[in-house]
Design a protein around this ligand. Structure first.
Ligand code: DGL
Length: 265
């Protein structure tokens, strides 16, 4: 596949547009084909087998379109072991995503202090992501030195998909419903472990004290994508004009408009 071939980026719906947006910002020469599976969203309450089947269909479509790499812009699809299974099937680079727990816990390693400062971290993600073995393994690496709370937030996916992200009262009410059980003054960070949640950054800021961080994995994922493509000599030529082409399994005008708005937000 030539270096000027597109990169396929997919999610269960509109959340992965936050990743496509990051690619457009950090790698402007790259041509992205985005596919959102809004007709089948949410993935987070499905079985791993269902998510795996849907993900294979999307990658098959990308392969027919001649992509040079795939980004699974969906923590849920990645944790349904999709990236390992897909890698066995397809001879193209496949970049998955996982909640950026390492970034959150590494904040406890302060250069001026030889001891790790234990972090209190909330991981907000879909029920499937938090239930799967992949996340349990990730948590094992960090929970002896830190306190990690798992918070499944399925309603946050629905709000984005239904175009109600701008409804401040609804969003804050929903967030309070999930997070009022925590003493936020003693939380060091919230990890946005679902690409839909990245669109809620400003709302989370309203909820959290200033000292607490709101962390997502988008920048790290795009950096990783760059490293992989570079190592294969597959980065788009610097003078290429990149961009994002949006497609969705829901063909309604509403979803088309919403996708465009989220990309340009
Ligand atoms: N955006 C997805 C993620 O990163 C999944 C949302 C869903 O469909 O439940 O996990």
């Amino acid at each position: 596949m030539s270096s000027s071939a597109p990169i396929g980026v997919f999610d269960s719906g509109l959340g992965g547009i936050s990743v496509a947006r990051q690619i457009a910002k950090d790698m402007p020469a790259e041509h992205v084909l985005y596919f959102g599976d809004s007709a089948n969203a949410p993935y987070g309450v499905k079985t791993p087998e269902q998510v795996r089947a849907l993900s294979f269909d999307i990658v098959e479509r990308f392969v027919r379109q001649g992509i040079k790499a795939v980004v699974i812009a969906c923590n849920t699809a990645t944790s349904a072991a999709v990236n390992d299974d897909l890698r066995e099937h397809y001879d193209i680079p496949i970049i998955g995503m996982e909640p950026a727990l390492k970034v959150a816990c590494d904040r406890g390693d302060v250069p001026s202090d030889p001891h790790h400062i234990p972090q209190r971290v909330i991981v907000a993600a879909t029920p499937l992501t938090l239930r799967e073995r992949k996340f349990a393994k990730l948590m094992d690496r960090f929970d002896s030195n830190n306190t990690i709370f798992k918070e499944p937030c399925p309603d946050l996916v629905e709000i984005v998909e239904s175009g109600r992200l701008g409804d401040h009262d609804l969003v804050m009410r929903t967030l309070h419903g999930y997070f009022d059980q925590y003493d936020m003054e003693h939380i060091d960070s919230v990890v946005l472990g679902c690409t839909h949640f990245v669109f809620y950054r400003d709302y989370f800021r309203e909820l959290l004290p200033e000292r607490a961080a709101v962390i997502d994995g988008n920048e790290g994922t795009v950096r990783h994508l760059g490293v992989v493509l570079e190592s294969l000599g597959k980065l788009a030529p610097e003078d290429a004009t990149g961009g994002v082409e949006l497609a969705n399994s829901d063909l309604s005008e509403r979803v088309t408009r919403l996708s465009r708005d989220l990309l340009n937000a």
